[in-house]
Every structure is written in structure tokens, then in C-alpha cells.
Design a protein around this ligand. Sequence first.
Ligand code: BES
Ligand code: MN
Ligand code: ZN
Length: 509
Amino acid sequence: MQIRTAQDAPGTVRTGALVVPVFSDGELTGPAKAIDTALGGAIADVLASGEIKGKLCELALIHAKGQPFQRVLVVGLGESAKFEPYMLARYAGAAVRYLGRRNVAEIAVALPLQAATSAVACASFAAEGAISGSFETTSYQEKPDKRMAVTSTTLLSHGLDRAAVETGANRGTVVGDAVNLARRLALTPANDMTPTHLADEAMKVAKEVGVEIDVLDEARARTEKMGSFLSVAQGSAQPPKFIVMTYKGDPSSKELLALVGKGITFDTGGISLKPPDRMEEMKYDMSGGAGTIAAMYAIGKLKPKLNVVAIVPATENMPGGKATKPGDIVTAMNGKTIEVINTDAEGRLILCDALCYAQKLGATKIVDTATLTGACVIALGHAASAVVGNNDAFIDQFVALSKPTGERYWPMPLYDDYTSAMKSDIADLKNTGGRPAGTLTAGAFLKAFVDEKTPWLHLDIAGTAYLDNESAWQAKGPTGTPVRAFVSLVETLAGAPVVHANGATKAGV
Ligand code: BES
Ligand code: MN
Ligand code: ZN
């Protein structure tokens, strides 16, 4: 997908389809009003007839004889007072998916009047959405059964600050490409997406965007005493890889943000074998790692002034002859011993060594992300990811900065009760705390591996990393969560946030 910008007035644009926004309340405004006039009231007719009401992502196609644009696609943005810039990702994504299925190759997207006060953010979301909307899941089909025809999206900056729209379009292109990278990695089946393949993909990213990379093999992981990580890998015929990518955006600073992502390329459960129903979805168990590598792609391209290290422990969780058995006791990098009650609680076993390694590298803040618990899907469904952590201010900051990205995170408590539930009779910790509050006992387990002076967050993305249903703006399958929030986190910590909670952007552009 090519993203361009143009200053032309919407009514003068030569394109396959002109995309214009309408709201579900009030009069037609901005580009919708101008095009309605050019079409002799056709947009007003569509709304008056009740064909669409203007709800978010509602669509109506109008053919436009005798105009420079062949068609107009009217797309709803909902109530005008509730408008937020991230909705433009869904707006543009819905347009790309609708028109792409109907053989339209080139489209031009108009932005609503509201974009005037937040042009960078609005253009960024529109570009991100056009790119993520074009993602399809058919790469393994000889003759893809779904085709996205749209190859070029032009964002119209008419009436807006042209430079701001260009800046936003460039950022949104990077974020959209990163989101789709995370989705492609997650979608790739586990026979192809082995730990070695994931490390190779990370190396390609590192080379392309110019970040450092170090991939620890099994022998080096052993030298680092990552006994917990290796205990998960030992049941598999595939060698584990411990991926470390480093971006030095602020070399004179000692601040270092660590992003840690669970990289289980397939989770059978190990000896505590999972039931077969939907086990194929466990190829997605490296979604946190994929999102982390993809965020590093975006960071390398956007070059924020912050040091960031990405850590992805990658392994399969298999029940091979050498596999860890329930009751085995393993030793993590920091010397803590763990009684493995259930080999299916493997995510925390690889993350705890990654958290230790992040601190060894000097991390001053840590955020980990993982498809960690089925309990998280029970608690929040597919509507939000859970956030826990050891520092309320950092939790609040993350929740606030992620909200305007369109990704949802909901804070949950980490009471000492959950820490108590993880005590073992014969080791320092056990790896499961029973059925109650499974997301939070998992969080309490991870907390035990982070120095309490280091602000740390854990994002459980089990319910949000992939979805069963497609929507108007997004293919079904992997979503790219938490790439958008990670990019915003890094920009915010670098002191240059692009997307603000109130939708405005820095310096009001
Ligand atoms: N990868 C799973 C969690 C998961 C389940 C993600 C469903 C997405 C959808 C994780 O490794 C796991 O198996 N967790 C166990 C932990 C339990 C044994 C304490 C779970 O949630 O059942
Ligand atoms: Mn598991
Ligand atoms: Zn898992």
C-alpha cells in the first residue's frame, strides 16, 4: 500500500473513489458538504433515506458520473462530540477493505474538519488504518480467495496544515507497517514460525532499520543461567532462541526502556497437554514477541530520543521425551527456584528469565507483554488487555497514553494475596496459583523477578492479540496489539508524544 498526501480540494481529485466522512448528528460539514453540493445533494439523500445513519464504519457507495472521482464512499464516524483521532484508522481501514473487495485500486481519503486541531495524529491514524485495512490472511493460498485491490491511498490535506499531514502520514505508515509485520509473524503457522525463523525475522528487521541485535542460542542461555527458559525449551526438537534488539536513541542517557514479549512459537501445554479443541490457535502464543519485534521496527524508523531494548525469549512448549515434568524444580537466572506444577504455565517461565536479563542490561523501566492466561479472556473477553505492575504512576501513565491509540488496557490489582498463592512448599515459587484470579497470580509470579525500584508493567494480551471475527476495518486473526501502545509509550517517554489523551497534538498541529 502506497500512502501519499495531496493538497487538492476533494471535489477536484481524480481517483477511483473519494472517501468522505459523515457524522450521525448535525448538518453535513467540511468535505462531505462540499461533495454533497457537487453531487446535487446525493449524500444528504443517503442519510435522509435512512440507508445509513453515520454510525462508525457504516458505508454507502455513490457512483459519480461526470466528476473527476469515479465514486464517493461515504463512511460514518459516529457522534461528532465523541470523535477521537484513532477512529480515523477504522474509517480509512473500512474504506480500504470495502473498496479493495470491489476492485478499486486508487482511493483518496478526506479528513473531517476536526482534524484541523490534531492534523498529525489524524493523518497518522488514517495512514495506519489504510495500511492495516489492506492486510489479508491469504498468503498461503495458491489463488487467494480474498483480494485487496487498493494499492494507493492519498490523504487529502486540503484546509489542513500540509506539513502536519505529511508528518502524520509518515508516522502512520510506519505504525501500520509495524502492525502488519506483527500480524504476519503471528499468523505464520508454527511449522514455519520456529524460534529460529522468528530470530531470522528479527535479524531482518534489525538490519533494515539499523538497530543492534544479539540472538543467544541454547549454550549462551545456559551460560547466563536461564534455567527456567531452558526448562520450557527442553521438550522440543527446535532449538530455543533468546532475541535481544537494542536501539540507542539517547546514548548520553542512562535511561533504558525494556520491552519484553512472550515468544512461544507453539504452546501444546507440554506434559500438562492442552485439549485439542482450538489448540491450533496456540501458534499465536508468540504474539507478544511479534508485537515487540514489530514495535522495534517502528522505533528504528521513527528514531525517538530514548534507549530501548526489546527482549523476546522464543521456544516451543512441547511434550518431548526430555520435557519438564510436573513437580520438577527449575532455577531462574536470578537463582530463584520454581516448582513447575503445570507445564502449561510456561509463559511466565520464559518471561521471568527475560525480566532478569532486562535488569542485567540495565533496564530502568520494563514492560512485558504476553498471551499469558486464559483467565484474562474470561475476565475481559476480547475487549481489552489487562495491565498489572509494581508502580501505580507508571500504570496510570500507560493507561492514559494508550487510550488514544485505540488499543484498550484495563488495570487490575496485584495484592499480596496473589503473591502468597505462588509460594511453594519446597521451592521459592511455584508456577501456578490455582484457578482463582489466574491473570493476577501470573502477574504476581512475574513481579517476584523485578526489583521493586524498577517500574514494571505486565500486559496480558490473551484476549486481544487475535480475534475470531473480521470487522469492517480489520481482517480476522492477529490484531497487532500492542504495537500501537508500545510506539506511543516510547514517544511519550522520549518527551515527544504524537497522540494525546485529548486528541490534540503537540504545538496544536
Ligand atoms: N498461552 C496460554 C494462555 C492462553 C490461553 C492464551 C488461551 C490465549 C488463549 C498459556 O500458556 C497457558 O496455557 N496458561 C494457562 C495457565 C494455567 C495452567 C495456570 C491457562 O491460562 O490455562
Ligand atoms: Mn501454556
Ligand atoms: Zn502459552
